[in-house]
Design a binder for this molecule. Sequence first.
Ligand SMILES: *[C@@H]1O[C@H](CO)[C@@H](O)[C@H](O)[C@H]1NC(C)=O
Ligand SMILES: *[C@@H]1O[C@H](CO)[C@@H](O)[C@H](O)[C@H]1NC(C)=O
Length: 424
Amino acid sequence: MATAKKVSVLVLWFAIVCNYVGAAPRPRVRPVAGPDIYRGKNVAKDSLLPGEKVVNVMSLGAKPDGKFDCTEAFMGAWREACHSNVQARLLIPRGTFLVSTMFFAGPCQTPGPVTIQVIGTVLATGDISDYVNGEWLMFRDIAGIKLIGGGIFDGNGKAAWQFSQNCEADPTNQCVRSPSSIYFSNVTNGIIQNIKSVNPKGFHFFITNSANIRLRLLRLTAPDTSPNTDGLHVSHSINVKISKSTIETGDDCISMIQGVTNVAIKRVRCGPGHGISIGSLGKYPDEIEVRDVRVMRTTLIGTDNGLRIKTWPDKYQGAASKITFSNITMENVKNPIIIDQEYECQPNCQKKPSLVKLSDIIFRNIKGTTISPVAVDLRCSKQFPCQNVRLENIDLQLGATPTGSRCTNIKPIYVGLQKPPPCA
Ligand SMILES: *[C@@H]1O[C@H](CO)[C@@H](O)[C@H](O)[C@H]1NC(C)=O
Ligand SMILES: *[C@@H]1O[C@H](CO)[C@@H](O)[C@H](O)[C@H]1NC(C)=O
């Protein structure tokens, strides 16, 4: 444990000296989306364009033995692909390539999106003190990128999990997060498709300040006991589509915080994990609202929460509106439907109410089984009661025992079947 302390002190020292706590140093704004270059195109198809330049990491000295440090080779290959005047792709062939933290920085000169085709495995170095920049593979300032190929990003997280701090529940905002495996910041028109991520040190994917991002056919895995390994964490981003993916992890399958607009989540299978979350909100000053989130045809299996919106009491303003969860199947889920505006302050929260306004929220066609006696738990702010929350065709069962509902500072609109029975 002596090493544990030394490392976290070292990380904290860098964080303070470099004024660099995780991904915080850049101004956080909602990006302008611009045109979606993939709209109406068959994004599932990948073909080498005529004249496309292929930059194989092996030609820059990478060795596929899982031991040789390939960071320099990857950086060289990225520069070649990104600064190519013709269409280009970076190829990571069969084998295991050990890579430390690195930036894939733009802007790029290629006429179209740069492709990164991963066939083999990209393995992160184990030493957490390498990661003072915050994340593992950081994609930044890129207009047009495809990350494809069926390969694996292995975050080699096991050794790092013991140093993991729960930043989500840290009210001081001083926390140093563990590095995410794939980080997008100021990326527009990005596709991540047919990619596996295993054992990240922190989040599998972290998308921020980005627009027009598609995530499809992903398979994210980490043990259910791994701390803070969110599948996909999104903030300050617009137009994000997540579909046909399987997420088995230790924390939220998908978490969305401030500044997120127009997110569609479709056909995701989540569990183990902590479910699909909006929030926590109201944690930072001047938060930008969350708007237009749609979760559809999604299955949650054995998760700690199902569909959750969480906000801090006695903190900052914020808002979430136009949130729809529809056609969701639950299997043995704890807290299947939960609005928690007393986050990290229960039971009997005595703090001042949350200043986050929640409105226009729909739970529609939610069915399956739960293991908690309060299947629909809606606790809103006394100062800003939840507005226009609709429960439509809810069919949740706790074995033979009926389940219950709880409502505070909310008058839900009930439509159709209600199991558990509505609040009185
Ligand atoms: C975002 O990335 C683009 C390139 O895609 C770049 O031109 C722009 O300056 C970046 N914006 C910021 C705020 O860094
Ligand atoms: C939900 O399921 C119903 C009935 O199968 C279907 O009519 C509706 O289009 C679905 N909605 C979504 C958003 O998937």
